[in-house]
Every structure is written in C-alpha cells, then in structure tokens.
Design a protein around this ligand. Structure first.
Ligand code: PXP
Length: 238
C-alpha cells in the first residue's frame, strides 16, 4: 500500500521572505521536490503570510504537476483563495491566527456546522476535503457526517512520546485510523514526522494514504541535500 509524500514548502518560503526577493526560488523548489520524487506539494498560507503568501498560491497551482494540497483555517479570506485556485485537496486546520504552528485537531461535535458548510462548498468545486484531527476515535463520526473525504491525523503528540514508548505513542493513531476507514474515510497524517519516526508510523498505521512533511525534511535537506533527503523519506515509506 503506497503512502504519498507531500512536501510542505512553508519553511522554504520563510527563508525566502527573510530577504524580500524570491530567493531561494520557492517555485523552483516545489518543482525540484517533484523531480526528486515527492508525490505532492503542500502549502499552509497563514493570515500574516509569514511563509506562504496568498500571491504564491495561483502560481504554485499552475506549476505543480503532482498533488497540490492547501491547508489552513477556513476563514473568509482562505476560502476565497482556495475557491479561486482549486487544489486537489484542501486540509482544514483549526489553527489560531497567531499560532506558532498547528497543534490540535477539530472538535467535530462543537465545530460540526462550520465543517459541514465549508466541506460542501469545497466539494462543489471538486476539491477533496481532509480535516486535521487528534487521534481520537470519538471525532470520526462527526467527520464522516460533515461529509469530509479524509482525515489528517495530528502526529505532534506521537512524535513527542515516540522515543519513550513507541507502542503507546501510536496506539490511538492505529485505532482512530481504523475507525475512520470503517466510516469510509481516507487517512493522512502530519506534523513532526521525521527520519526517525516515519517508518514506524507507516508500518503501524495501516492504509495510510499520505504524509505531509515540512520542518524536518527541510532541515535534513540542509545536511543531505534536497534530492537525498526526499529519497530518504520515500525510503521510509516503502
Ligand atoms: N500538517 C499540518 C496540518 C500542518 O499544519 C503542518 C505544519 O504546517 C504539517 C502537517 C507539517 O508539519 P511539519 O512541518 O512538522 O512536518
């Protein structure tokens, strides 16, 4: 069962933004990720545009030949951006505007009406919808009833506890993925996945369709080069 690697290019945009010009060239970087074997490109435009800018999205949407995934909190501005530049997949994330990074999933009971409305809107444009979820089987029924296609399991907690007790760290992920699949939902995962924990996660969570990885892969590219880093991540997913 193949798990796709979608490279999150936010960190490269962050370096680019440090000097104002398009250097490193974010668009070339996305194409190079694909050339070296990545099966998708992910961007997460935040309201302060500290990494991906809204103006990057139409350019990347035209350039990316693999799967284009836009993730973020479905504010009015975000929804207008996504509807105008429909990606293959939109991953909804409940991150606050000032969040350092996404650190928890949706509450599909409390947020149900909003999720249902936004999902219907995105699907009317033919966009596959995934929602970011903590590993909690109780959240799956709401996700399914809201009409989403997939869930993305938040792996930050897994990554934190992985070194101590791998089995305990992955247990709820396995369970939540299984319940999601029983409800007809596909399963993605992301956050803090790296060369140490990725192979184990992939082996343990059956039917994992896609991982989205940015921070650690960018750091590994500094040490090993981009082509090598991507190959090393792909290797963990074999
Ligand atoms: N998935 C979501 C929803 C995210 O917000 C992020 C970080 O932007 C990632 C995956 C990738 O996380 P990391 O950069 O730690 O690989």
């Amino acid at each position: 069962m193949m798990t796709r690697l979608s490279v999150n290019i936010n960190k490269v945009a962050l370096i680019r933004n440090a000097r104002g010009a398009n250097y490193p060239d974010l668009y070339k970087f996305a194409l190079d990720c694909e050339r070296y074997g990545a099966q998708g490109i992910t961007v997460h435009p935040r309201p302060d545009e500290r990494h991906i800018k809204y103006s990057d999205v139409p350019i990347l949407r035209d350039l990316v030949r693999t799967e284009f995934n836009i993730e973020g909190n479905p504010t009015d501005d975000f929804m207008a951006l996504v509807m105008a530049n429909p990606p293959h997949q939109c991953t909804l994330v409940p991150d606050a505007p000032d969040a350092l990074t996404s650190d928890s999933g949706w509450n599909t009971v409390k947020d149900f009406d909003r999720l249902k409305e936004v999902t219907a809107k995105l699907k009317s444009k033919g966009i596959r919808v995934s929602i970011f979820l903590d590993p909690d089987p109780a959240m799956i029924e709401g996700a399914a009833n809201a009409g989403v296609d997939r869930i993305e399991l938040y792996t930050g907690g897994f990554a934190k506890t992985f070194e101590g007790d791998k089995e305990a760290a992955v247990k709820l992920h396995r369970k939540t993925a299984k319940v999601a699949q029983e409800h007809g939902l596909g399963v993605n995962a992301g956050h803090d996945l790296n060369l140490s924990n990725l192979r184990f996660y992939k082996e343990q969570v059956e039917g994992l369709l896609e991982v989205s990885i940015g921070h650690a892969l960018t750091v590994d590219a500094l040490y090993f080069g981009l082509e090598n880093a991507i190959q090393m991540y792909l290797n963990c997913l074999k």
